[in-house]
Ligand binder design. Structure first.
Ligand code: P61
Length: 470
């Protein structure tokens, strides 16, 4: 038997290792059920990982949304909740943190991201208007459509190609946007909806150069620009690392500059901002704010709590501060990349370059023998769960839903299964176990059959749809 010399990952890459900038103070035991039990659970869940009980899951990579570990400081903040109906002190902490780090003047808390999306869509879109954006996101597009808007994808073509190595695949194609403005007229454009990073493209970032040019184009046509700031901290990391002139700038400085080119932003604080629940909406314009501040009392709550408890707002205010720390972001994305490096090295098809919050398996290439209508990405999520109890998420034809006009499936180019890494939760050893499971499922790929949808809900079908094996 050959004797293998153990080497750390750092040694293998020829550099000194780095580690997470925290240590663990409290643990939550994990449980793994048997393969037979997983078979049963999967059938009961209609082959939809959203319908599994989390007790039946071993390593949960369904999402990075609301699944992060809070710090001791955040938990301490939870004890300082001022649960006044109006004017809670925690609201002012939150308002200050958003103003300081994102730079917008007016701030409203919301129960989570889609609460904010709902409000901005209702107030800023007139029925019949167009909303160009850098690739759709499920809830964002739905709220834009419910407000009477029509989403138009203006992301660069490279974003739709999982193998293209463009470092900023979240960039807007200014020619596509220009052509839309030409065709429908600037007055028919509600606003530009820009997300950094772009979730559905694989967590891909937008460059500052692209944003600056986009801002100029918007100003020249009098079009507003609103940001989805959900993973903007991660976006800033890519700018710092990849874009000329930003290596010496801190994450916090980059986030602030990025936001300076926007008229406002909505936020699912359950991601970057390191809380289990929460969101916010922030704008600069006084009149727009007046309207939003009025509408929020209808749907979320008074403008100083917006559906959150005082303690939630305190944890969020602290989470914002922590999320801006460079060593935090570096280790967060470093962990995602570590998993990506293993899979890439083993020849497993994933979206390249690796983005900020997840590894996206390219289910089209993974299951080259399945057609898209057999739900390759949904199938892959099911197979991973069967193999090891790891939970992932479909991001392909099921997520894309149906065309609002024709009723046919939207058939996105990207047919992906997302392994989403919660922040500050799992270790490098967990990543090893995940990688080995993906490899085991990949080894068996040729004998895998696809799925058929047996139940399809009307809105955001992927959450509750049911499937059976073909
Ligand atoms: C996620 F399967 N994301 O990635 P809320 N903008 C962006 C998001 O990523 C986002 C929201 C707005 C989730 C949760 C989720 O199809 C799905 O706080 C860029 O979740 O309301 C949420 O923020 C909405 C999972 C949402 C999905 C929609 O896992």
């Amino acid at each position: 038997m050959t004797h293998l010399k153990p080497e750390t990952m750092g040694q293998q890459f020829g550099r000194r290792s780095w580690a997470e900038p925290w240590k663990i103070k409290m643990v939550e035991p994990l449980r793994m059920i048997s393969r037979e039990e997983r078979e049963r659970a999967l059938v009961e869940a209609g082959y939809n990982t959203f319908l599994l009980r989390s007790d039946d899951v071993y390593i949960d990579l369904l999402t990075d949304s609301g699944t992060s570990a809070m710090s001791d400081r955040q938990w301490a903040g939870m004890m300082l909740g001022d649960e006044a109906y109006a004017g809670s002190r925690n609201f002012y902490h939150l308002e200050g943190a958003v103003q300081r780090h994102y730079g917008f003047r007016h701030v409203l808390p919301t129960h989570q991201g889609r609460g904010a999306e709902h409000l901005i869509s209702q107030v800023a879109i007139k029925p019949g208007q167009f909303v160009p954006g850098n690739m759709y996101f499920t809830t964002t597009r739905l709220h834009q459509e419910l407000a009477g808007g029509q989403f138009v994808d203006v992301i660069i073509d490279e974003a739709h190609d999982p193998q293209d190595l463009h470092p900023f695949k979240g960039d807007v194609d200014l020619a596509k946007l220009g052509a839309l403005i030409e065709r429908v007229g600037a007055g028919q454009i509600a606003y530009v909806s820009l997300a950094g990073t772009v979730n559905m493209a694989g967590g891909q970032p937008v460059s500052m150069a692209n944003l600056r040019a986009l801002r100029e184009l918007c100003i020249s046509h009098g079009i507003r620009l609103f940001l989805d700031a959900t993973r903007l901290v991660e976006n800033a990391f890519f700018i710092q690392e990849q874009e000329a002139g930003f290596a010496e700038r801190s994450i916090a400085e980059i986030v602030l500059e990025f936001c300076s080119y926007a008229d406002g932003a909505w936020m699912s604080a359950k991601k970057d901002n390191l809380v289990n629940i929460g969101g916010w909406l922030a704008v600069n314009d006084d009149e727009l704010f007046e309207e939003l501040r009025n509408l929020i009392v209808v749907y979320e709550g008074l403008h100083t709590y917006g559906g959150l408890a005082g303690r939630d707002m305190e944890a969020l205010a602290i989470g914002i501060e922590e999320s801006m720390q460079d060593d935090h972001v570096r280790s967060r994305i470093g962990q995602v990349r570590y998993l990506g490096e293993l899979l890439t090295d083993w020849g497993i098809p994933i979206v390249q370059p690796v983005g900020g919050h997840a590894i996206f398996l390219d289910a089209r290439r993974f299951y080259a023998h399945l057609v898209q209508d057999e739900f390759p990405a949904q199938t892959l999520a099911a197979e991973l769960y069967l193999d090891s109890g790891i939970r992932s998420m479909e991001r392909g034809i099921a997520s894309a839903g149906r065309d609002a006009k024709t009723g046919d499936h939207n058939r996105p180019k990207l047919e992906l299964t997302r392994l989403t890494i919660p922040r500050r939760v799992y270790t490098q050893a967990h990543m090893d176990v995940v990688a080995e499971s993906v490899k085991a499922v990949h080894d068996e790929r040729e004998s895998t059959r696809g799925l058929r949808m047996t139940y399809e809900p009307k809105y955001l079908r992927f959450f509750q749809a049911r499937f059976e094996r073909l």
